[in-house]
Design a protein around this ligand. Structure first.
Ligand code: FE2
Length: 303
């Protein structure tokens, strides 16, 4: 029973995937309660004070070019490149995953590699300048605006993405999905420019709002996941619900937006909204600071 009051999202969990409780609308109740808690925490911790913050609240994402002053950015960029090159020297980039699908972390002294399909994600322990990034006051406010909680610095990585060949092995992160059933934040602070061919972030503006259509969609997805559990279909029990691009308009949503951005751009997104990793030319790379901020959804106190 306890798990339904946590961030647990997979329907293989006996309570989250409980058929009787779900017939009584449990998933919808969890989504609504978590939304109310996030609103309450936000009200305790932060008030909107500029256009970027308002944009994040209204649209579920914000992209802020020129985020750091030039001298600060130059120091961070030099450190980040040195960290990435040191990791490359210690462990040359692996070319192909050993297993299909969402791979296991391959740990090293400097951090770890993990494949999503053919996409290599290299997470490198941040140097001192990069490690200090989550303490940036403007950034801290954005994290609170999404979740009502400050982000823990240890969830912060230097993140190198190496795009693989989609035709060979599919990367499920390239399908539209929402990460979980409550307001959670991810950020990317881009050290190098991201071009169209580098697999830029894609987000559906306004898809973080809990509209009536979205509630109905959530419940239908939950029903399907419960059914998958009864059929012992592991793949269907995922809690990161996926959506076809063609379904977005049925939910009253606009077309997705793709974000090729210059260096020194911060993207913050509420990943309750629909998003995906953009299409890319194999072999291209992205380098960013990255963090996944997913505080427990039912704790009422902000921080
Ligand atoms: Fe995601």
């Amino acid at each position: 029973m306890y798990s339904i009051f946590t961030s647990m999202k997979v329907f293989s969990d006996p309570w989250v995937g409980h058929p009787g409780l779900n017939r009584r609308g449990m998933h919808t109740k969890r989504v609504k309660a978590a939304m109310a808690v996030a609103r309450f925490r936000r009200a305790q911790t932060v008030r909107v004070r500029d256009a970027d913050e308002q944009h994040l609240l209204d649209h579920g994402f914000v992209a802020i070019p020129g985020f750091l002053p030039q001298d600060e950015f130059a120091a961070l960029k030099a450190e980040a490149h040195a960290s990435a090159e040191a990791a490359d020297r210690a462990t040359p980039l692996p070319e192909k995953p050993e297993v299909w699908g969402f791979g296991d972390a391959d740990r090293h002294e400097w951090g770890f590699d993990r494949f999503d399909g053919s996409t290599l994600n290299r997470f490198i322990a941040p140097g001192p300048i990069a490690a200090a990034f989550p303490r940036n006051t403007r950034f801290k406010r954005l994290a609170r605006l999404v979740t009502g909680k400050a982000m823990r610095a240890k969830r912060n990585w230097l993140y190198q993405t190496v795009n693989g060949d989609e035709t060979e092995i599919h990367d499920i992160q390239r399908e539209f999905h929402r990460d979980t059933f409550f307001n959670a934040m991810k950020y990317w602070f881009f050290i190098d420019p991201v071009r169209e061919e580098d697999g830029p972030f894609v987000y559906v503006p306004g898809s973080h709002h809990l509209t009536d259509a979205r509630i109905a969609w959530e419940q239908a997805k939950a029903d399907a996941a419960v059914e998958a559990r009864l059929q012992e279909d592991r793949k269907g029990m995922t809690g990161s619900f996926r959506i076809e691009e063609g379904e977005l308009a049925d939910l009253g949503l606009p077309p997705p937006r793709t974000f090729p951005v210059p260096e020194n751009t911060l993207i913050v997104a509420n990943v309750f909204g629909f998003h995906r990793r953009g299409d890319a030319v194999p072999g291209t790379r992205r380098l960013s600071l990255y963090g996944n901020h997913r505080p427990q959804p039912f704790l009422p106190f902000g921080s």
